[in-house]
Design a protein around this ligand. Structure first.
Ligand code: SF4
Length: 361
């Protein structure tokens, strides 16, 4: 298959691995931002093929994992109300809140539905004018254009019963927060290719300049990931720090300007709380005032909800590259995919789920 099988070619993978082994001369810590990359690394066993001096740590790029407990509690409070159809992508349904999850709300009679695109939720609002339809818009920059499009579509259709519970987060402020921490271990980043397909990578040179850390835009196939690692490693070994693109078949420097304009039309920057990490300034997107009537947090009385995070789950430290899932005392004992204590064990992009699924125990 074009653009897939060639990026899984064993001979080419061996070739890049050999180059990585020849290049590394001392210990380095590189963070892959995206949970999809974490899963690919585990699935193909790349972590076990790399030289010991090269440590990969797993970043916060898993939207389900970083959606704050508070917002999930708000989602449950809205979904529990009569007359509401609460819609979400499937992977949010099993994420534990302070109490139960969205599946439990559905089991106890709530109208919680899985949709594959926010436009399905708009369609539901059109078909059910007597109901309030809410879409749970979680995600990074990648899903933001479609979520904004749903708001524009609802506005064009004159729908008064559609709103969005917005939980959008952004990669660059999270990178800055990690690099600013006194405990930071990250010396280079593999930036998330799909985020950059939308946003480009024009936001990274100022970060590279400020923190002197290489950032390499990286894809998701084994060869993509190894190529990203090799380019990062070369920069580290040569004492360089640049924003580089190892995913040029998809990503341009500018990104998708039309998508960025749609995001800018509907959303504005705001502070955002990340699960297990806390508030990162200007790290989220919220609805602009012009679209306030589509904001579920304004339509439903949930502003009083304030949630306390679990003291057992160390996912926040894992997603900042400070710890690995196997260092969590609950991993694979008290916390499993069937009985998750934290979102990183449930999400298909979660680091704990990856370690569990691919037996890094
Ligand atoms: S294993 Fe479970 S409790 Fe531990 S960090 Fe992962 S999700 Fe949290």
């Amino acid at each position: 298959m074009k653009h897939l099988s060639e990026y899984r070619d064993a001979d080419l993978v061996r070739g890049v691995l050999g180059e990585i082994k020849r290049t590394v001369t001392c210990p380095w810590v590189i963070m892959e931002i995206c949970g999809g990359q974490t899963h690919a690394i585990m699935r193909y066993g790349l972590d076990q093929l790399l030289p010991q001096d090269l440590e990969l740590v797993h970043g916060p790029g898993c939207p389900v994992c970083v959606t704050s407990l508070e917002l999930i509690d708000k989602a449950l409070a809205i979904a529990s109300q009569p007359g509401v159809i609460f819609t979400s992508y499937g992977d949010m349904l099993r994420v534990p809140s302070s109490g139960n999850d969205l599946f439990s709300i559905r089991a106890s009679g709530g109208d919680v539905r899985v949709v594959y695109t926010p436009l399905d939720a708009v369609k539901l609002a059109y078909q059910n004018p007597e109901k309030q339809v809410v879409f749970f818009a979680i995600g990074f920059e990648t899903t933001a254009p479609a979520n904004c499009m749903s708001v524009l579509q609802a506005k064009t259709m004159g729908l008064e019963n559609y709103s969005v519970l917005v939980s959008h987060v952004r990669v660059p402020p999270a990178m800055k927060a990690i690099l600013s921490s006194p405990h930071n271990r990250v010396q280079g980043f593999l930036a998330a290719g799909h985020v950059c397909a939308v946003m480009g990578y024009w936001e990274y040179p100022p970060i590279v300049e400020q923190y002197k850390v290489p950032v390499v835009v990286t894809g998701f196939e084994p060869l993509d990931i190894l190529q990203g690692i090799l380019l990062t490693l070369r920069q580290l070994e040569q004492g360089r720090a640049e924003a580089e693109n190892a995913y040029s078949r998809v990503v341009t420097f500018e990104g998708n300007r039309k998508a960025q304009a749609i995001i800018d039309q509907v959303f504005t920057d705001c502070d955002r709380k990340w699960r297990g990490i806390g508030i990162i300034p200007a790290s989220g997107w919220c609805m602009r005032d012009e679209y306030a009537k589509f904001d579920a947090e304004k339509r439903f009385p949930v502003s009083h909800i304030n949630s306390e995070e679990s003291t057992i789950c160390i996912a926040g430290q894992i997603l900042q590259g400070l710890k690995k899932p196997i260092e969590c005392p609950a991993f694979s004992g008290r916390c499993t995919p069937e009985n998750p204590l934290g979102a990183t064990m449930v999400s298909s992009e979660g680091a704990c789920a990856a370690y569990y699924q691919y037996s890094r125990r």
